[in-house]
Ligand binder design. Structure first.
Ligand code: HMG
Length: 393
């Protein structure tokens, strides 16, 4: 049975800060951020957007009535969950009006959570070929103001529908994965910013990539020539480039060129958004599919997922006939075109605004947030959400 990605949608908040301006404010040469790190803009989440609303907004654009009735499993991959107990997916399930006869859970292993969800979804579809699974990957990356990690923050979500006979990409069965207990990046439950050993995390990312790449080639009996493109988890775009460079020489010259060109296309969206943890790999895939009009059905794309702590996985997918007809390129272009640039001072103000933790009631004005689904406040420790599209009908 062919199982894979039937639909893919993306959402990022309407605010961003320019990396050149951030560099000037931090007294750093702009090229360090734009070339050394490889980021141009960084998405900023206003107080009216949280991981739930980002995911719900990403899914809203791709769901039709048939999806709503057939989705019987919702898996929400995140490392910025809003509750130690209740799954963020349950809120999204309600906001999207999904079928009550569904399972909904949240999964966590740093940036790897959504990849785990996709692999579990494959098993579910294999046993229930008629069903569809909604996989949500949503995060807000925060390292803190004036930290080395600041330039690698971001906010956004990707929603994927996994089904049998998918319209976009069939996921192949060969996968290679590895788990190792390391402290490269972590966020204790009492902290809203991540702790990170930056250089160590970079080294581990590369080591995990090289391990799973070698395992995959052996298991799948494939080599670099079999790939039209390889997409990477992109904590910042230079990281993926460093990983690609470690294997490029395995390929012929034209393969090297193809992989480098496609890598650049896979980083276009990430350069404007920043790290969105669980969704970063899938934002890279989306960017490649939407920015490259020449990829052909039958071509194979490699995917490297890395979640600090750490788990790494390499797997692959094959593009399906007419896959471009099922992408929503215009909607995503519109999303980027309608964003608003904020100054560094405004970004800092938004960054330091936080939700109450003592149960006090707050209400937020959502007229300035163009998102269909917003956080409107907190009442008695309960987050309140609004789906404006329901109220405008
Ligand atoms: P840093 O110390 O500020 O930067 O931290 P640097 O000094 O290493 O410089 C970065 C690059 O800019 C270097 O290039 C410099 O040469 C270059 P490289 O040697 O690496 O190729 N550079 C310049 N280039 C052009 N013109 C200039 C210039 N100046 C310098 N004028 C670091 C960088 C990434 C460590 C920091 O931002 C950080 O700690 N980020 C967070 C951690 C991270 O993203 N790690 C990535 C791997 S771990 C991962 O992917 C998992 C994660 O997503 C979390 C999860 O799984 O949940 C993070």
């Amino acid at each position: 049975m062919k199982i894979g990605i039937d639909k893919i949608g993306f959402y990022t908040p309407h605010l961003y800060v320019d990396m050149n301006e951030l560099a000037v404010a931090r007294d750093v040469e702009p090229e360090k951020f734009t070339i050394g790190i490889g980021q141009d803009e960084m998405a900023i989440a206003p107080i009216t957007q949280d991981p739930v609303t980002l995911a719900a907004n990403a899914a809203l654009n791709i769901l039709d009535e048939e999806d709503v009735s057939k989705i019987d499993f919702v898996m929400f991959g995140t490392e910025t969950g809003i509750d130690h107990s209740k799954s963020a997916g349950v809120y999204v399930h309600h906001l999207l009006g999904l079928n009550p006869s569904a399972r909904t859970i949240e999964l966590k292993q740093a940036c790897y959570g959504a990849t785990a969800a996709i692999q579990l979804a494959k098993g579910h579809i294999a046993l229930n070929p008629e069903s569809k699974v909604l996989v949500l990957a949503s995060d807000i990356a925060r390292y803190g103001l004036q930290t080395p990690g600041e330039v690698t923050q971001g906010a956004g979500a990707v929603a994927l529908i996994i089904s049998a006979d998918p319209k976009i990409m069939v996921l192949e069965n060969e996968q290679a994965y590895v788990t190792k207990d390391i402290m490269d990046f972590w966020r204790p439950t009492y902290s809203d910013i991540a702790f990170v050993d930056g250089k160590f995390s970079n080294d581990q990312y590369l080591a995990f990539f090289n391990t799973v790449w070698a395992q995959y080639k052996e298991k799948a009996n494939k080599n670099i020539e079999d790939f039209a493109a390889i997409c990477y988890h992109l904590p910042y775009t230079k990281m993926g480039l460093k990983a690609l460079r470690t294997i490029l020489e395995e390929g012929e010259e034209r393969t090297q060129e193809r992989l480098q060109e496609n890598f650049q296309l896979s980083t276009k969206y990430s350069r404007k958004v920043g790290n969105i943890y669980t969704a970063s790999l899938y934002l890279g895939l989306l960017s490649l599919l939407e920015m490259n009009e020449n990829l052909q059905a039958g071509e194979r794309i490699g995917l490297f997922s890395y979640g600090s702590g750490a788990v790494g996985e390499f797997f692959s997918g094959v593009l399906q006939p007419n896959y471009r007809d099922y992408l929503i390129v215009e909607k995503h272009q519109e999303l980027f075109a309608n964003r608003k640039r904020v100054t560094v001072a405004e970004y800092e103000e938004i960054f330091t605004e936080s939700l109450p933790t003592d149960g006090s009631t707050v209400e937020f004005e959502t007229v300035n947030d163009p998102a269909a689904i917003c956080l409107t406040g907190i009442t008695e420790h309960m987050r309140q959400y609004l789906n404006k599209s329901e109220h405008s009908e």
